[in-house]
Design a protein around this ligand. Structure first.
Ligand code: GRF
Length: 203
């Protein structure tokens, strides 16, 4: 059984989607540990309810590299094959990423490379895009910039508000994140430059 570690900072709805997929045998692995830099994050409660080890690892007052080393040690202790960022609000150090090459993945609420960074759904709405969406990508040091694993487009409606658009994007996130994780764990993929190529299943 492949093992997934999830890093969270807040609500945890994407974590919940990953947990549900694992419970239903759709993830290709199990959620082995959940770690939050925010002790009060509701996401930790979701993990505990599901019987998954849930750790708080406060970053305040600790240099980034040192905090990342602590998180990395906890992930390694739990033998994770893949690390999923699910609303994790911290940038990861190069040492952390170098220890897990191509094994850290993130979900972002826009069609990257449009609207990287915070509040992407509102900025897309304000910009007046007709198609918004969600992206799962491999994590590199630059923010929201790694190879794209999977995307789902969400049409913007004339009567959308930033909130209604964000809600539909979130539904798309919950659909593609478990599917992307399954693909990554499965290992039938390769990178050509920054292009992520999924290989067909053997006949
Ligand atoms: C999601 O919109 C995700 O794309 C972004 O942060 C939000 C986290 O939401 N990176 P949740 O904690 O998974 O509910």
């Amino acid at each position: 059984m492949k093992r997934v570690g999830v890093l969270v900072s807040g609500r945890g709805s994407n974590l919940q989607a990953l947990i549900a997929a694992a419970q239903e045998g759709r993830l290709g692995g199990e959620v082995a540990v959940v770690i939050s830099n925010v002790a009060e994050a509701p996401a930790l409660g979701r993990a505990r309810t599901a019987g998954i080890p849930a750790l708080a690892c406060d970053h305040r007052g600790t240099p980034r590299e040192e905090h990342d080393r602590t998180v990395l040690a906890a992930l390694q202790e739990h033998g994770v094959d893949l690390v999923c960022l699910a609303g994790y609000t911290r940038l990861l150090s190069s040492a952390f990423l170098a220890a897990l090459p191509h094994r850290v993945v993130n979900i972002h609420p826009s069609l990257l490379p449009a609207f990287p960074g915070l509040d992407a759904q509102r900025r897309a709405w304000e910009h007046g895009v007709k198609v918004a969406g969600a992206t799962v990508h491999l994590v590199e040091e630059a923010l929201d910039a790694g190879p794209i694993v999977m995307q789902e487009a969400v049409a913007v409606r004339a009567d959308d508000t930033p909130e209604t658009l964000a809600a539909r994007i979130l539904e798309a996130e919950h659909r593609i994140y478990p599917r992307a994780v399954r693909l990554l764990l499965d290992g039938r993929w390769r990178l050509e430059g920054r292009r992520f190529i999924a290989e067909p299943e053997p006949a």
